[in-house]
Design a protein around this ligand. Structure first.
Ligand SMILES: C[S@@+](CC[C@H](N)C(=O)[O-])C[C@H]1O[C@@H](n2cnc3c(N)ncnc32)[C@H](O)[C@@H]1O
Length: 511
């Protein structure tokens, strides 16, 4: 095995021309035993030719690999079965692999055949499933999903109008701690004639109803939520004997079908995920198999599915939501590039909302990274000027690019590379006009800081020195450190889950 791996690593580094022109002919002339010893070549060819841009050559390579399915050496056949899917589906290969599955007496060869079919199964496998072929490791649902994915790759229709809106419960998901901000955003838009109203505020989500026909694009006018899903219903006693059937019924329900029909371009496929389950894969397999019996038009498929069914488990009930995978996020068309430690965009939008609005805002993000907080603030309107600073030159270039893409005409922008402590060299920061500092500073996790405590102490000092009276600083605080400056009054504090760890979102006002 080690020898195979070592040889594979060497061969993989060879130019494609040498592999095909020299190594493959040598392999073809070798004896059976020698071929088995050199079998790593088959793997290397599969990998190297995966992205071959010469279609004629790719056909030849595939033909060679398909020929190896008849090789007398079991090991060679096995390696060929692993390599073939890398070059795409192929009816003849599929047929031959099905034959191997039927005729082989070697378990590991059968397993490899099953694994290859998982990737390339199509109409031939479907026929075999339909004919009740014994020993097929794939379910009918899986094969149907493979075929459907290939024939009609699916996307979500963001602009389709949902006419039957009145019974829909739409769940807007957010990070823990941000529910109130999100609910506030929905209420504000409702008051301003928006299309949704708040029904309920719960942990990590806000449930809203539509006031009339709407599209997903309408929902994505709201910026503070992370993902959205349609409530399918709940099942009591998730550990009980009826739970699997109950969830399957929700997934295959007329409501599910109606939503998928209205909002999918292509096949109706969903990925199933359980949050809070200890036997995730087991639960998925059981519920998906049962749901297929309830409604075989809706297919469970982990790959490139346009929908996700998210099951949220609690001791007393399991809640199922149908989530369209809206990608790219229509709210983030400005995001041309990102940095490693970029903010979670809905968090940036929440910070911007929490800051409120003052006339003629002059806004600074001292740690602007790719610029999300400044852009989200300016998108709310009423901003005269933004200043972004960051130590990292690349981040500043990205922030500029994103800012340009956001098309925020009429707002003056300045992006500068530098330490925030050098603020005195930036005229806009010492003009006495700065009304808002908004930032997701380095939290000492993704961006390492030698003295995080010192950085935050300096941050408080600089905020006090630069803000105009009545100005605010809103930021994420990872420390138990408060401003001791008497002219800075804390106005807001909320613990927020930043994706596995808690920090505080805080706002101080300069008196
Ligand atoms: C969490 S990231 C900011 C992410 C940003 N909000 C975004 O969405 O891309 C923190 C940023 O602080 C910058 N930084 C760290 N120390 C700094 C300092 N002393 N002065 C200015 N920027 C600093 C890092 O380069 C990094 O880009």
């Amino acid at each position: 095995m080690k020898a195979d791996n070592d040889l594979y690593r060497q061969l993989r580094e060879l130019p494609a021309g040498q592999l095909w022109g020299v190594e493959v002919p040598k392999f073809n002339q070798a004896t059976g035993k020698e071929r088995a010893r050199q079998v790593a070549l088959v793997r290397a060819v599969g990998v190297v030719f995966t992205h071959c841009s010469d279609p004629a050559l790719k056909i030849q390579v595939k033909a060679w690999l398909k020929g190896l399915l008849q090789d007398p050496e079991e090991k060679v056949r096995r390696y060929a079965m692993a390599a073939i899917p890398k070059l795409g589906e192929d009816v003849e290969a599929e047929r031959n692999i099905l034959t191997i599955l039927k005729t082989s007496t070697v378990d590991r060869e059968k397993r490899k055949a099953g694994a290859a079919l998982e990737k390339i199964a199509g109409e031939e496998t479907l026929k075999a499933v339909g004919a009740g072929a014994a020993g097929l490791p794939l379910s009918e649902q899986k094969v149907r999903a493979n075929v459907a994915r290939r024939e009609s790759p699916a996307t979500i229709r963001v602009d389709a109008i949902l006419d039957r809106y009145d019974t829909l419960r739409i769940s807007l998901r957010c990070r823990r701690g941000l529910e109130a901000v999100l609910a506030d955003e929905v209420r504000a838009s409702d008051t301003a004639g928006g299309k949704f109203r708040v029904l309920e505020v719960r942990g990590c989500h806000v449930v809203v109803a539509a006031k009339g026909p709407f599209s997903l694009r309408d929902l994505y006018q709201l910026r503070c939520f992370d993902t959205m899903g349609f409530g399918l219903g709940r099942v009591r006693d998730p550990e009980g004997p009826e739970a699997v059937a109950g969830l399957a019924k929700l997934i295959g329900s007329p409501l599910s079908e109606r939503l998928m029909d209205s909002l999918t371009d292509g096949s109706w496929r969903y990925r199933l995920s359980f949050s809070g389950s200890e036997n995730h894969d087991d639960d998925v397999a059981k519920v998906a198999a049962e749901a297929f019996k309830v409604n075989p038009r809706i297919l469970n498929d982990a790959r490139e599915a346009p929908w996700s069914v998210d099951v949220f488990l609690a001791p007393s009930a399991a809640l199922a939501e149908l989530r369209p995978k809206v990608s790219p996020d229509p709210r983030l068309t400005y995001r041309k590039a990102a940095i490693n430690a970029a903010s979670h965009p809905p968090l940036a939008a929440c910070l911007a909302r929490l800051a409120g609005r003052q006339p003629n805002e002059v806004v600074w993000d001292p740690f602007c990274g790719s610029g999300l907080e400044l852009i989200e603030t300016a998108l709310l309107g009423g901003v005269k000027q933004v200043i972004g600073t960051d130590l990292n030159e690349k981040a500043i270039a990205i922030a500029k690019e994103n800012w340009e893409a956001a098309g925020l005409e009429g707002v003056k922008s300045t992006f500068l590379t530098g330490d925030f402590r050098g603020y005195a060299e930036v005229p806009a920061l010492v003009s006495g006009k700065l009304s808002l500092i908004i930032s997701n500073p380095p939290l000492g996790r993704r961006v390492r800081v030698p003295n995080l405590h010192g950085l935050f102490a300096d941050f408080f000092r600089v905020a006090s020195a630069t803000l105009r009276p009545g100005g605010r600083v809103i930021f994420v605080n990872p420390l138990r450190l408060e401003s001791t400056d008497k002219t800075m009054r804390r106005d807001y504090r909320q613990e927020v889950d930043l994706g596995g760890y808690d920090c505080k979102v805080e706002m101080y006002v300069k008196c």
